[in-house]
Design a protein around this ligand. Structure first.
Ligand code: NAP
Ligand code: MG
Length: 457
């Protein structure tokens, strides 16, 4: 039986359109086509595979505005962010179009012959995408996977299928053969689960909640299926008294409220050196009140709504619904009326065991605490099961490096909040995930090393 999902614009609560959800049989058929396309795709000459990916990249670039507007409607992303996201897919494809011709093995000196290694594709790769960054997270999976010679089935989040579906069409238009890259909109419990249980899917690349990630890892064990998991975070923004405090405070809102806080890299904990705490909070308040939360179509918009009513409820539960109460220091503004709006909110936890300090809120809520010295800052930052990203603000670069080495997280930045560059590896320590995406590392995640010895005797 076919079911549909009504895509709702989170800024207006209006219906955008209905999307048919794939059944298990349809998922199986898509996986079957991907498996059938696999031998042909891996046999495409490296330069030709590169050319096809470059064409795909060019087409995404030509459709950047269309894709961006689709994301504004579907996910409530600000138009500025949505343009960046479509541009990121273009750039990631361009970056990995260089990979087929540089997918090097090694030649290892041995007695009696020649030993070489090959980086073989895995076969069919299943990519499961969340709703928070529908385009970039899809691209981080499919671009390197395709470049390495795999075929791909991709399940977008039920809430945000539209840009992925369009990218699937553009891939065909670019000349990628049928079955090489197939987007399968459907439920996690149906299509996502099938990626885990279907023996022809050799790897699952998942981004989303910890609970589902754990379930996928357990399921993957049955077939010793490869997994890459990216499961969110509770990252710290550590501000030392010797930093450019005004700059640190001015930038801090964007490190957590970007995408309405629905970002696995959100610096949702701010740690401020005690001697600078009051001064930081003063500047921070001005900055938070200045965040432009409005219609995401507006070129000036810096933050849009949350993705859904459910997410709005989940976020509110940490503040309005906190059982022991939460001290709100100050708030920014948000539109009233239709839409899942939530104003940027700054809270002061009463202890480091408060849920708002420990759990991923995935909304525009940030908790601030003071710290005493470098060791205390690192200990407080590491007091979490997660380990995805983080920032350090200091003018002392030695300290910046020491603290960056001390924080247990995959992506740190000093005097900056950047986490993601397509040319550098991205991923989590601890329960933030397993494996690395992007940069040179992603290719390794989508290939298997084969060693071949050829006798010369
Ligand atoms: P989620 O359930 O983990 O969804 C992520 C993706 O996994 C979606 O495509 C989902 O499909 C799919 N999925 C769900 N159940 C599955 C299953 N049993 N097997 C295979 N795939 C499955 O995340 P959510 O419920 O949307 O969000 C809940 C919380 O997760 C958020 O509040 C946030 O804390 C966290 N989260 C983190 C990230 C991140 O970037 N790390 C992203 C999103 C959410 P459906 O859309 O059909 O459910
Ligand atoms: Mg879920």
């Amino acid at each position: 039986m076919t079911t549909t999902h009504d895509v709702i614009n989170p800024a207006t609560e209006q219906l955008v359109r209905s999307v048919e959800l794939a059944t298990v049989e349809e998922a199986d058929a898509a996986i079957g086509r991907a498996a059938a396309a696999s031998p042909g795709w891996r046999a495409v000459a490296p330069a030709d595979r590169a050319l096809l990916l470059r064409r795909f990249s060019d087409l995404v670039g030509e459709h950047q505005e269309e894709l961006a507007l689709l994301e504004v409607e579907n996910a409530g992303h600000t138009i500025g962010n949505a343009r960046w996201e479509a541009g990121n897919v273009r750039d990631v494809l361009a970056y990995y179009s260089g990979a087929p011709e540089r997918n090097f093995g090694r030649q290892i000196p041995v007695a009696g012959g020649i030993d070489v290694t090959f980086r073989e594709p895995l076969g069919v790769v299943g990519i499961i995408v969340p709703w928070n960054f529908p385009m970039p997270i899809a691209g981080w999976g499919f671009a390197p996977a395709l470049a390495a010679g795999n075929t791909v089935v991709l399940k977008p989040a039920e809430l945000t299928p539209l840009t992925a579906m369009r990218l699937g069409e553009l891939a065909l238009e670019a000349g990628l053969p049928e079955g090489v890259f197939t987007v399968v909109p459907g439920k996690g419990s149906v299509v996502g689960e099938r990626f885990v249980t279907h023996p022809d899917v050799r790897k699952v690349c998942f981004t989303g909640s910890t609970a589902v990630g754990q379930r996928i890892m357990r399921g993957a064990a049955d077939q010793v299926k490869r997994v890459t998991l990216e499961l969110g975070g509770k990252s710290a923004n550590i501000v030392f008294a010797d930093s450019d405090l005004e700059l640190a405070a001015a930038r801090a809102p964007y490190a957590v409220f970007d995408n309405a806080g629905q970002d696995c890299c959100a610096r949702s904990r701010i740690l401020v050196e005690r001697s600078a705490f009051d001064r930081f909070m003063e500047h921070f308040e001005t900055a938070v009140r200045g965040v432009v939360v409005t219609d995401p179509h507006d070129e000036a918009a810096e933050m849009g709504p949350l993705i859904s009513a459910e997410q709005h409820e989940r976020v509110s539960a940490y503040v309005e619904g906190a059982s022991d109460g939460v001290d709100v220091a100050f708030r920014g503004t948000a539109p009233e009326g239709a839409g899942y709006w939530y104003a940027p909110t700054v809270v002061l936890p009463r202890s480091t065991s408060d849920p708002v300090w420990q759990e991923e809120v995935f909304g525009p809520v940030v908790a601030v605490l003071p710290f005493d010295d470098e060791a205390d800052a690192v200990a407080k930052a590491n007091d979490t099961a997660y380990g995805l990203s983080g920032s350090i603000w200091t003018r002392d670069l030695g300290r910046g490096l020491r603290v960056a080495r001390g924080v247990e997280a995959g992506n740190l930045s000093v005097n900056s909040h950047s986490s993601v560059r397509y040319s550098t590896p991205f991923g989590g320590f601890k329960q933030s995930g397993i494996g690395r995406e992007l940069g040179p590392d992603a290719l390794e995640a989508f290939t298997e090393v084969k060693n071949v010895f050829i006798s010369t005797e």
